[in-house]
Design a protein around this ligand. Structure first.
Ligand code: NAP
Ligand code: MG
Length: 404
C-alpha cells in the first residue's frame, strides 16, 4: 500500500510532558504508517521555548498564517514552580495566548461523543460546540472600592477633549464597589465572522445570546453587530446551506440548551463562554474527550486537545510506572488538521484517512477498550482498561482494517 501524500505542509507544534510522549506515539503508530507526513515542525516544549527565548512560539504562529493549518500539542504555561524545574530565565507567557493574539482567533470546543459514555444530560445526543469571545469585558476590567460619601461617574474624553459624563452611583449611604468594562466593535465583528464561518464549515446552526434587555447599549451592541454581519454577509449562504443564525436572550438560551439535542454552535460572550464551557464539558463526561480549534476571521485553523499536559501521569511515566492517559482529543486534533489540509489542498484521500482514524478511535472505545478516565465513566459491561500505548495499538488494529 502506498502512503498518502500531502501537497502542502501542516504546521506541527510539539509540546510538553505526557502529551509530548503521546504525540510521538500517535505519529509512530497511527500516522506515519499511512501518511507521508509533510509538516513544518516547531518544538514548543518548554526547554526549547527557553532556548529560543520563546521566539519559536512566535515563529510557529507566523508559519500557521503562511500555511493555514496547524496542529498543536498541549504545552506548559510556566508558573513559579516551573522556574527551577526548567531553569527558566523568564516566566514565558502561555503559548496559546501568544498564538491566539497573533491569529486573532476564536476558540471552538467540541466534545467527542461515544456510546457507553452518556452525558449527564441524556438528551444531548449530538455535540454542543462552544465558541468563546476571547477579548474584553470583565477580563480587561478596571475596578475600584468606593468610600461612602463618594460619587462615581463614567467619563469619556473624545479626541477633541470634550467630556461625556454619566452618573454610576452616588455612594451616600454605604461604601461600595465599581467596575469599568469595555469591548471593541472590531473584535466583536471578528468573533461574529469566525462563528458564522464555522457554522458554514460544520453545516450547523449558530446560536448567540446576550443580556440586551438589561444592557441596552453594551450587550445590545453585540446583538446588533452579529445581526448586521449575518444579514449582509451570511444570510444567503445560510439559507442555501439549510442552517440558521438564531439570537435569543441569554436566560432563554440556557433553558433551550438544556432541552436541546445538541448539534449546534453556541457563540458566547467572554464570561458566558468561560462558565458555560466548563458546564458543557463536564456534562459530556471527560476533558480528555474535548477537542479545540482556533479559527481566525480570515480562515486559519489551529487544532489541539482542550486538556493540558497531564503532568501527574508524566511523573508516573518518568518513574517507569504504567500510565493510562487518554489520547483521543490529541488524535482528533491531528485528524481535524489533516482533514482541513485535505479540504484546502483538494486531496480527498487525506480527508478520508482522517475520517477513518476518527472512526477507528471511536470504535475502539465502543468495543470496550479504553483508558482509565473513560473506564470510570463507561456503562459498557465488557469494558477493559488499557495503558496509554496499548490503547493506540488497539486503535491501529481497527484502523488497519478500515484502510485496507
Ligand atoms: P491537565 O493536564 O488537563 O490535567 C488535569 C487532570 O485531568 C489530570 O491530572 C488527569 O486527572 C485529568 N486529565 C486531563 N487530561 C487527561 C487525559 N488526556 N487522560 C487522562 N486524564 C486526563 O491540567 P493541569 O494538570 O492543570 O495542567 C498541567 C499543565 O498543562 C500545566 O502546566 C498547564 O499550564 C498546562 N495546560 C496546557 C493547556 C494547553 O496547552 N492547551 C491547557 C491546560 C493546561 P488524574 O490525574 O485524576 O488522572
Ligand atoms: Mg472556565
Amino acid at each position: 500500500m502506498s502512503k498518502i501524500k500531502m501537497t502542502t505542509p501542516l504546521v506541527e507544534m510539539d509540546g510538553d510532558e505526557m502529551t509530548r510522549i503521546l504525540w510521538k506515539w500517535i505519529k509512530e503508530i497511527l500516522l506515519e504508517p499511512y501518511v507521508e507526513l509533510n509538516t513544518e515542525y516547531y518544538d514548543l516544549g518548554l526547554e526549547h521555548r527557553e532556548k529560543t527565548k520563546d521566539k519559536v512560539t512566535f515563529d510557529s504562529a507566523e508559519a500557521t498564517k503562511k500555511y493555514g493549518v496547524a496542529v498543536k500539542c498541549a504545552t506548559i504555561t510556566p508558573n513559579a514552580a516551573r522556574m527551577p524545574e526548567y531553569n527558566l530565565t523568564e516566566m514565558w507567557k502561555s503559548p496559546n495566548g501568544t498564538i491566539r493574539a497573533i491569529l486573532d482567533g476564536t476558540v471552538f470546543r467540541t466534545p467527542i461523543i461515544v456510546k457507553g459514555i452518556e452525558p449527564y444530560i441524556p438528551t444531548w445526543t449530538k455535540p454542543i460546540t462552544i465558541a468563546r469571545h476571547a477579548y474584553g469585558d470583565v477580563y480587561k476590567n478596571t475596578e475600584l472600592r468606593v468610600q461612602k460619601g463618594s460619587k462615581a461617574e463614567l467619563v469619556v474624553t473624545d479626541k477633541d477633549g470634550n467630556e461625556t459624563r454619566e452618573l454610576i452611583h452616588d455612594f451616600t449611604n454605604s461604601d461600595g464597589i465599581i467596575q469599568g468594562l469595555h469591548n471593541l466593535d472590531n473584535s466583536i465583528a471578528g468573533f461574529a465572522r469566525a462563528c458564522l464561518n464555522y457554522g458554514l464549515d460544520l453545516k450547523q446552526d449558530v446560536w448567540f445570546a446576550t443580556k440586551d434587555t438589561i444592557s441596552k447599549k453594551y450587550d445590545h451592541r453585540f446583538k446588533d453587530i452579529f445581526q448586521e454581519i449575518y444579514d449582509n454577509e451570511y444570510k444567503e449562504k445560510y439559507e442555501a446551506a439549510g442552517i440558521e443564525y438564531f439570537y435569543t436572550l441569554i436566560d432563554d438560551a440556557v433553558a433551550r440548551v438544556i432541552r436541546s439535542n445538541g448539534g449546534y454552535i453556541w457563540a458566547c460572550k467572554n464570561y458566558d463562554g468561560d462558565v458555560m464551557s466548563d458546564m458543557v464539558s463536564t456534562a459530556y463526561g471527560s476533558l480528555a474527550m474535548m477537542t479545540s480549534v482556533l479559527v481566525s476571521p480570515d480562515g486559519i485553523y489551529e487544532y489541539e486537545a482542550a486538556h493540558g499536559t497531564v503532568q501527574r501521569h508524566y511523573y508516573k511515566y518518568l518513574k517507569g510506572e504504567e500510565t493510562s492517559t487518554n489520547s483521543v482529543a490529541t488524535i482528533f486534533a491531528w485528524s481535524g488538521a489533516l482533514r482541513k489540509r485535505g479540504e484546502l489542498d483538494s486531496t480527498p484521500e487525506l480527508c478520508e484517512f482522517a475520517d477513518k482514524l476518527e472512526k477507528a478511535t471511536i470504535q475502539t472505545i465502543e468495543e470496550g477498550v479504553m483508558t482509565g478516565d473513560l473506564y470510570m465513566l463507561s456503562k459498557l459491561e465488557n469494558k477493559k482498561k488499557v495503558d496509554s500505548k496499548t490503547f493506540l495499538e488497539e486503535i491501529n488494529k481497527r484502523l488497519e482494517a478500515l484502510v485496507k
